[in-house]
Write a protein that binds this ligand. Sequence first.
Ligand code: 3SL
Length: 248
Amino acid sequence: MQTEDSRKRVEVCFSPYLFPLYKDEFDIIVVIDVLRATSAICAAFHNGVKELIPVSTIDEAKEYQKKGYLVGAERQGKIVEGFDFGNSPYSYMKEQVKDQTVVLSTTNGTRSINIAKEAGQVVIGSLSNLDVLKYWLEKQNKNVLCLCSGWQNKFNLEDTICAGAIMDYLLSTGQYTSIEDSSIAAKYLFLSAKDNILGYLKASSHRRRLLNLNLSEDIKFCLTPNNAPVIPILEGDKLVALNETVLK
Ligand code: 3SL
């Protein structure tokens, strides 16, 4: 006798460009941009930022600036002239941002968040919040898509490895299954990288791009698992930190 498979799905989408092919089948979208947007967002909430409004364009960022908000803006890895900060996690650890609503626009990460919000509940994923996020996802028991922000619609290693780590854990609970080859590939990438993520990513394109901008401290922060154990979740147009204890 055949029984129906009641397991939920967890899958990986390699880039925002591919998102339309996946988007209708999931309840929760985990947006991942390890270098550096989603790591900076986790750092921000871990350090007491109250709300963060992710915007896709510099024009939108300017509108918020005119209204008096603190605004971060990054393009090509650099702070956009005229803004308070860029996309370094360290900018969001300053006293200045504590208890504040901050606006952020980045090349890929904030764009992915805004693309994903039409499709399901958006939560922010990075290596910085890996364990709390995976335990929280397990508790939700819903269909999960990990959306890798990549770089200008192209595949990247660091987001895929992070997505693979989430996959690997959720599959290990027995509650989840996956059917896409992208998800299997992400899981195997994670398994081959997990013992030395920094070393594994030595030659990755975005690591090189950031190193050329002298951002090695940012890279180290972003590739260190569990250094900002919070779960930023989108409510309307704002990210807030989930107020829940999800440690195992
Ligand atoms: O693309 C993004 O959203 C950024 O994370 C890119 S950077 O790390 O600031 O270069």
